[in-house]
Design a binder for this molecule. Structure first.
Ligand code: TYC
Length: 102
């Protein structure tokens, strides 16, 4: 009711807003041409993974088609995606990296 007490004072609902900013998953996509070693290098260089971690995630993408390689704020996720896409383009590999809201 707009005026449950009937006293003329209207209580306005406020949307509960979460304090934390949204997080974004950065995804790496498989393709048939990017060399496995290049993907491993990308994961080491831009996502701070060890060689073993990077190799494992690369194989997951290779087998499953896609994997989450990190979760970040919008700004950091955008930067990671741009870094990976620039690096792949420079080396003329078709590697694709995208982000999506968690
Ligand atoms: N499928 C690629 C190959 O066989 C390797 C690869 C893995 C490519 C992960 C992209 O995100 C990727 N050379």
């Amino acid at each position: 009711p707009d005026d449950p007490e009937g006293d003329g004072n209207v209580v306005l609902d406020t949307k509960p807003r979460s304090k934390r900013p949204p997080l974004y998953k950065v995804l790496l996509l498989n393709d048939d041409y990017t060399p496995m070693e290049f993907v491993v290098l990308v994961l080491e260089r831009f996502f701070g993974m060890t060689h073993a971690q990077a190799f494992e995630i690369m194989l997951t993408v290779h087998k499953k088609g896609v994997a989450v390689v990190g979760v970040f704020s919008h700004e950091i996720a955008e930067t990671k995606v741009a870094q990976v896409m620039d690096f792949a383009r420079k080396h003329q590999h078709p590697l694709q990296c995208t982000m999506e809201k968690e």
